[in-house]
Design a binder for this molecule. Structure first.
Ligand SMILES: CC(=O)SCCNC(=O)CCNC(=O)[C@H](O)C(C)(C)COP(=O)(O)OP(=O)(O)OC[C@H]1O[C@@H](n2cnc3c(N)ncnc32)[C@H](O)[C@@H]1OP(=O)(O)O
Ligand SMILES: CC(C)C(=O)C(=O)O
Ligand SMILES: [Mg+2]
Length: 552
């Protein structure tokens, strides 16, 4: 770095808490959620949303179950104003949903905001002014009292206009904006003054929103400040304490979670974290984090791809492929040991028949967010035998024995290494067919057996060997044994069966037999063969031929 960090940046002040409680707290219920997609999310877009996109996003937010939605900054833009009028006049606001609007503490803006809200039932009027030391000094040019006076003037006007307003109840929300740059004692002082001006009571609570307008510290410090604020502010029971984390340090989600542990009742955020700079806190991640702890998040994320599509189309911003819970790749393992564990996890789950989710490397069942198991395992040069076996079992019902898996996985891995890319499931199946099922120098055309003595059968098999038909005969304890004898006697091929497995694929008249053999050649090297056939015996004979063809 060209600049010495210590010359230019100062550490964020820590909080001296005698006995902080939040580290031992456990979140047991979802906080109140407020979506700020249509305001904070919108104000950060290259092209702010038009009314059509806003309506689409609104419908999605309502369908997800948000009960509080900040719908815009009506005094700032005609599009926001018109959209709010459209929601109200069009009767698009369900009875259990409260719309919220944002305004600065400026008379003309407050008046215009109330005009926008005419005819609406319940509303939240959200007033903000920046309270940070830097902004008081640099932007507003006033002292602490000047800052309080501005907030009080705005609050007074909101109170008066609320009293005159016809229609449903007004909930007042105040944000000491740039809270993270504000001295905590001053934040308490201004909030107490505003709450007194508004007349907050336990029956008529005021929302106090403590935004990490810019995330400036580790999340534990934010949690300390929230805990301290909740413990210090007068008449805490007259307040709903809300947090509004941004994500400048990449820890917005952690900050929100720790803040809830520290006493916050409410969280404002956006879908997938769209918002100013590095974004607002991602409400989808917060909600699904709760879900994975067995807590009802009170938001419906059961079709996360549909929600993601709407968010992407409305904001014009893609959701990253590795985005928690929603990214295209977040339920996919490419690496061998992960695939092996996932494969075993699914098998154990089938056996245990328990609702409890315990599949390694998958913190959530993809089906719970509407994802299929299709992409859970994908194959490239980092993949192992478990992954390849998983794909063949999932797509074709093949249950390869372990040593067989190892051999085939090597074949697949060599190919993936050479190609330097992912292999699609269809390619793996094609590879399996080419390696084991394709016709080779020895083909089994037909066979018949007859008993010759107790426990002994004679087998006659029609083969095609190097393009010529051959009839071979042998005697053994069963058809496989007799076939091995026939190969040795009539073709001079020594066959030592080291391992044999078979299973059915499917049921009824459609069922097929799958056979797998491990054959040791004259040099002791073991080669595997496999075959599929409607007849179990035919599948076994063909599997032996498959192994011999590979050995030769
Ligand atoms: C952290 C946040 O997300 S806060 C929300 C931010 N969102 C937005 O700003 C989006 C919408 N805003 C806008 O469209 C415009 O800023 C408007 C319409 C609200 C105001 O526009 P304008 O008055 O033309 O310009 P501008 O925003 O530059 O005004 C700045 C003035 O407002 C004052 N101001 C800024 N915030 C506030 C506030 N919360 N309360 C009172 N005054 C404020 C500034 O001190 C400055 O005063 P000055 O003119 O005496 O220097
Ligand atoms: C208006 C306020 C709450 C805001 O968006 C912020 O501080 O980030
Ligand atoms: Mg914000």
């Amino acid at each position: 770095m060209k600049t010495a960090a210590s010359d230019k940046y100062r550490p964020y002040p820590t909080m001296k808490l005698a006995a902080r409680r939040w580290p031992d707290a456990v979140i047991a219920a979802a906080p109140q959620w407020c979506s700020v997609d249509l305001r904070d999310g919108n104000q950060a877009l290259i092209d702010p949303m038009d009314s059509h996109r806003k309506m689409r996003l609104w419908n999605t937010l309502v369908a997800m179950g948000f009960k509080q939605i900040e719908v815009g900054f009506p005094a700032a833009s005609q599009t926001d104003y018109d959209f709010i009028r459209h929601l109200i006049e069009g009767g698009h606001i369900p009875d259990d949903v409260t719309i919220q609007i944002l305004t600065q503490a400026r008379e003309d803006l407050i008046r215009k905001s109330f005009e926008a809200l005419e005819g609406a039932n319940k509303v939240i009027v959200h007033l903000y002014n920046s309270t940070s030391e830097v902004q008081r000094r640099v932007v507003f040019g006033f002292d602490r009292q000047g800052c309080i006076d501005l907030a009080l003037a705005g609050t007074r006007l909101v109170r008066e206009m609320s009293a005159q307003r016809k229609g449903g109840e007004v909930t007042f929300q105040y944000s000491p904006e740039s809270f993270t740059g504000t001295e905590p004692d001053f934040a308490v002082a201004i909030v107490e003054a505003v709450a007194a001006e508004w007349g907050a009571t336990p029956e008529r609570k005021m929302i106090v929103n403590l935004p990490a307008t810019v995330e400036m510290s580790t999340p534990n410090i934010y949690a300390d400040v929230i805990e301290w604020f909740c413990a210090t502010v007068k008449n805490r029971d007259s307040l709903v304490v809300s947090v509004h984390p941004h994500n400048d340090r990449g820890t917005g989600v952690a900050a929100a979670e720790l803040a809830v542990m520290a006493g916050a009742d409410r969280v404002e955020g956006t879908l997938f974290g769209n918002g100013e700079r590095t974004g607002n806190v991602d409400v989808c991640t917060l909600a699904l984090n709760l879900f994975t702890q067995g807590i009802d998040p009170q938001l419906d994320l059961s079709d996360i791809d549909a929600i993601r599509r709407v968010a992407e189309e409305c904001t014009g911003l893609p959701v990253h492929q590795r985005h928690p819970y929603a990214g295209e790749l977040v339920y996919t393992a490419f690496s061998g040991s992960h695939q092996d564990a996932i494969n075993k996890g699914f098998k154990a789950r089938d056996k245990a028949n328990s609702p409890v989710w315990e599949v390694p490397y998958l913190p959530i069942d993809p089906a719970d967010v509407g994802r299929s198991y299709e992409a859970v395992i994908r194959i490239n040069s980092q993949s192992g035998k478990g992954g390849v076996a998983f794909v063949l079992e999932r797509d074709h019902g093949l249950e390869l024995p372990k040593p067989f898996q190892a051999e085939f996985a090597r074949v697949v891995q060599d190919h993936a290494d050479r190609e330097g890319r992912e292999l699609a499931p269809e390619e793996i199946w094609l590879f399996f067919q080419r390696t084991y099922l394709a016709d080779g120098r020895i083909q089994v055309v037909d066979y018949s057996t007859v008993p010759v003595s107790k426990g002994q059968r004679a087998l006659t098999a029609t083969l095609v060997v190097d393009g010529k038909e051959r009839i071979v005969q042998g005697i053994g304890a069963g058809p496989v044994d007799a076939f091995v004898h026939a190969l040795e006697k009539d073709l001079g091929v020594m066959v030592k069966i080291k391992d044999y497995h078979e299973h059915a694929i499917g049921q009824g008249s459609e069922a097929q037999a799958a056979s797998y053999v491990a054959v040791a050649g004259a040099d002791g090297a073991v080669v595997h063969g496999a075959a599929l056939d409607a007849s179990v015996t035919m599948a076994a004979l063909k599997a032996i031929a498959s192994a011999l063809n590979r050995a030769r």
